[in-house]
Design a protein. Structure first.
Length: 137
C-alpha cells in the first residue's frame, strides 16, 4: 500500500483479472522472505522501500486443478502481508501484463475469491486500529 498521492494498493493485472504478487516459498525461506522476494521479482519493488506491518497476516486456502493431472485438485494456501511504501518507486512488471494503484475506498468488489476477502479483512484491521487509537485518547 502507499499513502501518497492518496491511499491506494497495488494490483497486478492479467488480461481478464486482477492478481497480487505471490509465489512459492523456496528452501530455507520464511514467509516474509518469500513475500519480499516475490514482490521484488514481480514488481521491482525492493524490501528497503517498504515497512512491513508485523500485525497483519491474511491467509486463504483454496483448491485448484493440478498442473500435472488436470482432473485432480491440489490445496494451496496463500499468505498476504501488509507492506507500506516508504518512498516513491517505479513498478516494473515481469509476470503480469500491467499494474494499477487502486484507490482505497472500501468496500471493494474486484475479485470475489481472494482479493475482496483480503480487502475486507484489511478494512476490519484498519477499523480496529482506529478503535485502539480512540480508546487510548
Amino acid at each position: 500500500m502507499r499513502q501518497k498521492p492518496q491511499m491506494s494498493f497495488l494490483l497486478m493485472c492479467h488480461p481478464h483479472r486482477y492478481d497480487l504478487p505471490k509465489g512459492h516459498m523456496e528452501a530455507g525461506e520464511n514467509e516474509w522472505e518469500c513475500a519480499l522476494r516475490e514482490l521484488y521479482e514481480e514488481t521491482g519493488i525492493p524490501a528497503s522501500a517498504l515497512h512491513l506491518d508485523p500485525n497483519f497476516r491474511f491467509t486463504d486456502t483454496y483448491h485448484t486443478p493440478s498442473r500435472k493431472v488436470r482432473s485432480e485438485k491440489v490445496e494451496k494456501t496463500v499468505v498476504i502481508f501488509l507492506g507500506w511504501l516508504q518512498e516513491d518507486v517505479s513498478v516494473m512488471v515481469s509476470e503480469h501484463s500491467s499494474f494499477v494503484w487502486q484507490v482505497w475506498n472500501p468496500p471493494h468488489a474486484l475479485q470475489k475469491k481472494t482479493i475482496d476477502p483480503l480487502l475486507a479483512s484489511l478494512a476490519d484491521y484498519f477499523a480496529e486500529d482506529v478503535s485502539r487509537l480512540i480508546a487510548n485518547i
